[in-house]
Design a protein around this ligand. Structure first.
Ligand SMILES: Cc1ncc(C[n+]2csc(CCOP(=O)(O)OP(=O)(O)O)c2C)c(N)n1
Length: 632
């Protein structure tokens, strides 16, 4: 901390408030250096957090947090907030096992008014707090939501805006507009924001605002007066007739420069004294202050380790990885299939590069859709395409798919539409933690009629399942984990069509049977092979399809083995273990059944390896559990 002058004394917003206004810029620079220094060795969400430093400082400088409520949307931009609110020392443990979460979390700090991680929740949650303040007769409390332009594309944000504009609640929505989601932000709203911030009317308008603020300093105009003037300009400008937020009942202010901390303090002080629903439009730069991050904003959203001086990323593998990621297999395979079948469409809600659909976007731009952070819409949009004979591959991360549950049931499954769900990041995902683990998809999909649910054991399986799904006219879910598969020979392999609802035997045995689903079957097989050395003969079966489940295979297994163990990288409730248990009850089997899966509690952040160990899903833990089951 030696290079820091102000930061070592900031352990709370109260400490921040002791600083003079003209010291805030230096503090922001120190926080910026601090975030860069730490995130360069302990990776996290860099770009968004660099872009929201001045916002965090100005908010905590002006508002009385935690009495005033502050919600960060998604929360990946809130590192400065964490540092200011007493977590500077813990920041070295950001996103680490047993460390602090990468997102605001109520149980972690009183300054985290709401737990986040998934987008577009800030307006609804802050409105709930504001309305509860009204009901409690608390008229003085302020309620602030900070939401990015990307997160504003989520339907939930609009539901919140619609409700808030007509409610008599005291809220300030700060639109943190950097023109980016993870990729460039998409859609009409994005164009609208661009229009607001780039038109010549805006630029002269912005000039007027800054001139007014500087006049205030000299002449000591009261802030209220400034704000009134500001509103008059807004009302009299081109914004009056067309401003979206004004139409929704908000008072719209801005756009202002979200990196001018001093001016923002002045604006916040002004806004604080205005009741009702207000929206302040701040323009920021994602990656602000680190040249490389400003230049390559998608890459530096969460860049991994980098050189803190040059900003150059250290962990990019320039040699091709020995084992390819499932994501790459998905991206390459959909292109291969799309080449042969022009009905194939790729759809993602704002995770284009994360799921590798960017490969398709380059080859088939007209058939690849990034629909914004809008999982519900992505699913129903896919359903609509399917009604016309197109074959949408709708790729959604498992935990984000939770958003679209009714769309899966009502818009896809009920009408038996041919939508192929590629469910990425299934199972424990690592450092993003509890909000992002793909724990529940097996359980929540299994109870839906018409659904076919499959999970690949390896890369070839993923390809073959995608191929198989093209010709089955039903909702078809394929779930696979984040990261590497197991082998390298999937490229250019001929496709094989799988029989729906048929599992396979990976290894015959006598003493005990393991039934697994998906990639974790590789660990199960290794365990069985290891125990073979102890003369314990374990049979291993890859069920391949959770639904329809292979009843012939289950009858065979349950007739042969007294003890059956199911293994899945999903919740212990409702998934494969649940399915086998129900099957046993239905068919009156009395075998011993043990279910290995993610325990029935929320799992925090850590490396995937650490979390697998905690949940008993790594090789050693499974080995010891199977050995123990065998012995007992
Ligand atoms: C429901 C949901 N879908 C997808 C994501 C993944 N995600 C995290 S940040 C992000 C982009 C957010 O864009 P914006 O709000 O503009 O913030 P920025 O990253 O630009 O600072 C996305 C898509 C998520 N967190 N939640």
């Amino acid at each position: 901390m030696s290079q820091y002058e102000l930061l070592p004394n900031i352990d709370s917003p109260a400490d921040l408030k002791k600083l003079k206004l003209n010291q805030l810029e230096l503090l922001c620079e120190e926080i910026r250096d601090f975030i860069i220094e730490h995130t360069s060795v302990n990776p996290g969400h860099l770009g968004s957090s660099l872009g929201a430093i001045e916002l965090a400082v100005a908010i905590h400088y002006v508002f009385d947090t935690p009495n005033d409520k502050l919600v960060w949307d998604v929360g990946h931009q809130a590192y400065a907030h964490k540092i200011i609110t007493g977590r500077r020392e813990q920041f070295a443990q950001n996103r680490k096992y047993k460390g602090i979460s990468g997102f605001p979390k109520m149980s972690e700090s009183q300054y985290d008014a709401f737990g986040v991680g998934h987008s577009s929740t800030s307006i609804s949650s802050i409105l709930g707090m504001a309305m509860s303040a009204v009901l409690s007769g608390n008229t003085s409390r302020n309620h602030i939501a900070v939401i990015g332009d990307g997160s504003m594309t989520g339907g939930l944000a609009f539901e919140g805006l619609n409700n808030a504009g007509s409610a008599k609640a005291n809220i300030l929505v700060i639109l943190n507009d950097n023109g980016m989601a993870i990729e460039e932000n998409v859609g009409a709203l994005n164009s609208y924001f661009t229009k607001l911030t780039t038109s010549s009317t805006y630029n002269s308008f912005r000039g007027k605002i800054w001139r007014m603020f500087s006049r205030k300093d000299e002449r000591g105009y009261p802030i209220r007066y400034i704000i009134k003037k500001l509103q008059a300009i807004v009302k009299g400008s081109f914004l009056k007739s067309s401003n979206l937020f004004e139409s929704l009942g908000f008072r719209y202010f801005g756009p202002i420069n979200g990196h001018d901390v001093v001016s923002m303090v002045k604006v916040f002080k002004g806004l604080k004294s205005i009741q009702g629903a207000k929206l302040l439009h701040c323009v920021t730069i994602k990656g602000k202050g680190l040249q490389e991050a400003e230049k390559s904003q998608t890459l530096y959203h969460a860049p991994g380790k980098f050189d803190k001086e040059t900003g150059k990323i250290l962990e990019i593998a320039f040699e091709p990885a020995k084992v390819e990621k499932y994501q790459k297999v998905f991206g390459e395979t959909i292109c291969e299939l799309a080449e042969k079948n022009e009905k194939i469409i790729g759809i993602t809600p704002a995770m284009l590069s994360g799921c590798s659909l960017d490969i398709m976007a380059k080859k088939f731009p007209n058939r690849t859709f990034d629909v914004g952070i809008a999982e519900q819409h992505a699913v129903t949009f896919s359903a609509g395409m399917a009604t016309d004979g197109f074959i949408p591959f709708c790729n959604i991360y498992s935990s984000f798919l939770q958003r679209a549950y009714d769309q899966i049931i009502h818009d896809v499954a009920l009408q038996n539409l041919h939508v192929i769900f590629c469910i990425d990041r299934a199972g424990l995902v690592g450092e993003d933690g509890a909000t992002h683990h793909g724990t529940y998809d097996l359980a929540f999909l299994r109870c839906i009629p018409n659904m076919i649910i499959a999970a690949p054991l390896n890369e070839l399986d993923l390809r073959n399942m995608m191929f198989t799904a093209i010709n089955i006219k039903a909702p078809f879910a394929i779930r696979y984990p984040r990261g590497e598969g197991v082998r390298n020979n999937w490229q250019n392999q001929t496709f094989e069509k799988y029989e729906i609802g048929k599992g396979i035997c990976l290894k015959e045995g006598d003493d005990l049977a393991i039934i697994s689903i998906g990639h974790i079957g590789n660990t199960a097989l290794k365990v069985a092979q290891t125990l073979e050395n102890e003369n314990i003969k374990i049979g291993v079966y890859d069920i391949r399809f959770l639904k329809p489940i292979d009843s012939d295979l289950l009858h065979k297994i349950l007739s042969k083995y007294k003890t059956v163990v199911t293994i899945e990288n999903g919740s212990v409730i409702g998934g494969l273990g649940g399915a086998v248990s129900e099957f046993m009850t239905t068919h009156n089997y009395k075998n011993r059944l043990e279910i290995i899966g993610i325990p029935d509690r929320f799992i925090e952040q850590g490396t995937v390896e650490e979390l697998h160990e905690e949940c008993g899903l790594n090789f050693e833990e499974i080995l010891s559990r199977i050995f123990h089951i065998f012995r007992s």
